[in-house]
Ligand binder design. Sequence first.
Ligand code: HEC
Ligand code: HEC
Length: 204
Amino acid sequence: MLTKQVQLKVLIFGLFLISLGLTIKPISSWAGDDSISSAFEKDDARARELFISIIPVLKHPRCLNCHATGDYPRQGDDSHIHTQNVKRGVAGRGKYSQKCSACHQEQNITGLNTPPGAPGWHLPPSSMPMIWEGKTPGEICRQIKDPKQNNGKTVAQIVEHVIVDKVVLGGWNPGEGRTLPPMAHDEFASRFQEWARYGAACPQ
Ligand code: HEC
Ligand code: HEC
């Protein structure tokens, strides 16, 4: 009699667990559509969409002014050629006495039309100029992923660069009178990171 009661309790508890399982399952598969559980699955269409969505940041003057064509940096929202005959130089740090560090400090200088600053302020080197100007999203994406054109970095290292690099972050603290890129840094960085997690596929 006692054992039968115990058996019954076990059975009821078992049924309870099964029904719990059935209740939880639809919830987790619903969550799986969009978030946590599928975040690491490869999804080329999703990755391409995410990459295209961050292009307005990459093409914004705060970024493009160092990632533009030519042997010189650019200035301002119209991306005009940097004044005072400043040139890229082999290492991207300027030529002769016009070294970037002669004017650009580790932080911004207060006031209008003063040089913005961040540690390591310079252009990509002439052998690997990382130019985005005039390129399609697909071309930019393939270039960013190519270790021969990105200074030997993995996708994970590029993601980290975008999250922590002081020059990148400086785009959102650009000094007086300069406009900001069209989305918050957090949003930009998380879209970039998701692009990598979904498999880092490039648009056509
Ligand atoms: C002062 C110049 C400068 C500015 C402004 C600048 N960058 Fe860069 N960027 C560089 C340099 C130099 C490198 C190369 C770094 C290296 O090789 O470690 C680079 C590399 C990168 C890379 C990775 C490499 C690749 O293959 O393209 C990304 C992504 C990047 N920058 C994003 C940005 C974003 C986003 C902004 C604007 C918010 C920005 N950068 C603004 C100078 C700049
Ligand atoms: C003689 C001083 C001087 C030198 C040398 C110099 N800069 Fe500048 N730079 C400035 C000043 C001043 C500004 C701000 C101009 C303004 O806002 O009107 C500026 C602005 C810029 C901007 C525009 C920032 C933005 O967000 O619009 C970039 C990019 C830049 N410099 C990159 C460089 C790089 C890279 C080097 C070295 C290759 C360099 N500069 C060398 C003085 C200098």
